[in-house]
Write a protein that binds this ligand. Structure first.
Ligand SMILES: O=c1ccn([C@H]2C[C@H](O)[C@@H](CO)O2)c(=O)[nH]1
Length: 131
């Protein structure tokens, strides 16, 4: 399943719209129902409106009715593996369990693995809103 996620993340990587940074990113996630969804970064002339690959990937799942993901792969062709940014970590926490897996993978086949809890310890979650 990991290899299929990497393939889907690469496919998304090839569609990245990143004319300003030229930093292309693809992401793919596995839903609890076994479906794979993917997304790429989409930049904007108004730079701050850029949306990362991870968030577009999760949004792609949500629009397909999927709200729980067990694994997510972030793919770049950088020598240094790319971790999710802070904003994406918060979005990941919304839709992935604490023990779910997030991988960074690059073109050289290098892999780094984190749990969601490692990426964002002591996260603010929907549970904090329970009265
Ligand atoms: O984990 C990351 C880090 C960065 N980016 C995007 C945002 C922007 O388009 C470009 C440079 O920051 O890479 C992602 O999509 N995911």
């Amino acid at each position: 399943m990991f290899e299929q996620l990497v393939i889907a993340a690469k496919e998304a990587y090839n569609k990245a719209y990143a004319p300003y940074s030229n930093f292309h990113v693809g992401a793919a996630a596995l839903t609890t129902e076994g479906q794979i969804v993917n997304g790429c970064n989409v930049e904007n002339a108004s730079y701050g409106l850029t949306v990362c690959a991870e968030r577009n990937c999760i949004a792609q799942g949500v629009i397909q009715g999927q709200r729980k993901f067990t694994e997510l792969v972030v793919y770049t062709e950088e020598d240094v593996l790319t971790p999710p940014c802070g904003a994406c970590r918060q979005v990941i926490v919304e839709f992935m369990a604490q023990n779910a897996k997030v991988y960074a993978v690059n073109h050289a086949g290098e892999v780094k693995l984190w749990s969601v809890a490692e990426l964002l310890p002591d996260a603010f979650t929907p549970e904090n809103l329970q009265k």
